[in-house]
Design a protein around this ligand. Sequence first.
Ligand code: RB5
Length: 152
Amino acid sequence: MKIAIGADDAALELKAALIERLEEKGYEVADYGIKEGYDYPDVAVEVAEAVAKGEHERAILCCGTGLGMSITANKVPGVRAAQCHDVYSAERARKSNNAQVLTMGQRVIGPEAAKVVLDAWLESEFAGGSSAAKVEKMEAIDRKYHPEGVGI
Ligand code: RB5
């Protein structure tokens, strides 16, 4: 699986640590890098649009807190981004919410703990079952506000 990763300038060390973990585990990584003048909304929308288009199955976004990345990515129809700094949340973000995007903050979590959270998110899959109807309700909200279609 090819996983996209992006960060703003407040989270470059965290991004490097997570890339190291992804590569150790054999994932192919698409690093969106950072461009002059890019802030967290610029990186988040670029990566989230690529997820919405189906270019990446999963993506990771890092900023100072993980909040700006999550808030921005969730504005892209079809994208479910979850800010997780603990293993339980990371597992539930996949199993319950089918979150394709994980966000984390370098000012909130250290690199080694972040790798363990990443592992939990990578190793968890959407459980379906009773969670499927709830995710479908979120998708219906996307369609309500974007009747032209949720794909980009
Ligand atoms: C720095 O711009 C900081 O505000 C950003 O990285 C992030 O924490 C925002 O949510």
